[in-house]
Design a protein around this ligand. Structure first.
Ligand code: HEC
Length: 96
């Protein structure tokens, strides 16, 4: 019984490390508190006109700005467990 519990726990951890996070969940948990119109400087979800010049910088630059912070945008966008892949997916999701 103990072995089974440990095995389930181990599988759970492996699953968490591998699976990219759901972009919508990350947005709702972290990015959305600013990128939903609360902060005028922060480009809103779905505002493609606001996103166009940002996207033109290329996704590497955008991911760097999210990881290191950018003006009023805090480092990591307040998502402490997000990977670069997660940021890419969220940026793609919220720029549409
Ligand atoms: C505390 C508020 C806040 C949170 C939380 C936040 N942002 Fe931002 N974000 C901003 C602001 C403000 C800007 C505009 C900065 C500027 O252009 O001066 C911005 C800009 C950006 C940009 C454009 C950067 C560029 O180079 O043009 C991206 C991409 C971005 N945010 C992604 C995210 C992601 C992804 C998350 C969640 C993981 C997130 N943000 C969470 C405030 C926030």
């Amino acid at each position: 019984m103990k072995t089974v519990t440990l095995l389930v726990a181990a599988l759970g951890l492996v699953g968490m490390a591998q699976a990219a996070q759901e972009p919508e969940a990350v947005f709702n948990r972290a990015c959305g508190m600013c990128h939903n119109g609360q902060l005028p400087q922060a480009p809103k979800k779905g505002d493609s006109a606001a996103w166009a010049p940002r996207l033109a910088q290329g996704s590497d630059t955008l991911v760097k700005h999210v990881s290191e912070g950018f003006n009023a945008m805090p480092p990591r966008g307040l998502c402490m467990d997000c990977s670069a892949e997660d940021y890419k997916a969220v940026i793609e999701w919220m720029s549409k």
